[in-house]
Design a protein around this ligand. Sequence first.
Ligand SMILES: [Zn+2]
Length: 471
Amino acid sequence: MDNRSEIWRRVDEVKARFIALSDRVWGMPEICYTEARSMAEHAAELKHQGFRVTEGVAGIPTSVIGEAGEGGPVIAILGEYDALPGLSQESGVAEHKPIEKDGHGHGCGHNLLGSAAMLAATAVKDYLAANKLPGRVRYYGCPAEEGGAAKAFMVRAGLFDDADIAITWHPGSWWEVSPPLSLANTRADFVFTGRAAHAAAAPHLGRSALDAVELMNVGVNYMREHMPSDARIHYALLESGGVAPNVVQARARVRYSIRARDLPGMLELVARVRKIAEGAALMTETKLEVRIVSAVSDTKGNTPLEEALQGVMEDLGPPPFDDADRDFARAIRATLSPQEIATVWHAIGMKDTGVPLADFTVPLDAKRNPMIGSTDVGDVSWVVPCVQVHAPTVAVGTPFHTWQIVAQGKMPAAHKAMVQASKAMAALAIRALNDPSLVAAAKADLKERTGTGYVSPIPAEVNPPLDMSRG
Ligand SMILES: [Zn+2]
């Protein structure tokens, strides 16, 4: 029985509604924990498709879960729908043209991500029902991937405890199994409180919180020489203590992002940064408060799932682009620098063939030089065997978090790529539902990689930072 062609037919049967959903979400870009309208669109479609729907899980009002089927293994399919600030941009033009000054935009393609994930879940649901098979498929609508770590809070709340495998995808330049590499990342605010004074008349009475921030930064910058070379630390000054140089700054706040190769390494690094902050407080006679804002873990790969997914993606091949798709991609490509284009070829270890849109499947053993950021999919991958598709929704070389991503986010090429991603995810889900040995091998692989097990990087007292987008 060829169940792949059946599942692909089921994706095609319902895809139109999900392309429309993706376009609607593109048109209502909402950032970090403010995705009320986008979530409502997702919840409404889940209900329309007959899923059992739970809104607002893990203390996050803009999250939603839809489940279908009975008994059997539980397949988790993860979606997102958050946008980015400052990236407002018209669709289908190859020049920077904001719709709204300082408006938001879907600069990471999450309008496609969420909708295609739900399309895959819907096709799997329909397949289970038509074939009267046991098994459950669950769509996780996860907000605030950009900096809010919603999935890490959802993992901490136990929402993945009974899932057997997790599948997701991300838009990009290539048709490939996503290299399972991302850094663990903690965002923390260091708040220093001193004492205000007239900086000329009574300087000896003042204790400067701004001095403390500066000394902390100097200390951290000296530490860089003595940390693992794949760790990353960056900071932003959120409160400098005021605009008057003649008032000793009584309060200052600096936000740090502390990234490391893996979860234990990150926890060690956070402890070292904390010591430096304590030292700065000691030197300046200020008081220090450390607030963890959010945190995510590194991503664990899964060899059995990656190999199975690679097989599915090679059978499917890249999305069926046409000349019009390639023409627009060439126009976008003309706005990119040669370095930007070279960087994505370098990432898969291949030479630039000049194609405007990916026309091949990247081999699993490509000599990759991946660009490594952080994602909250990491926490899911520590507790459930997890695998990710990359699908080419954009012209080869388009850097993420740019107006060029927004401009391509509801074009026909993006629609084709999101449908292809759905087909890959749905076919892998069917394979796992029909083959208990694949799920067992995936679980054994995860166990080997996670050693002593998962400890949430988010302290128990920290709640989802729902007001984060307000600073
Ligand atoms: Zn993204």
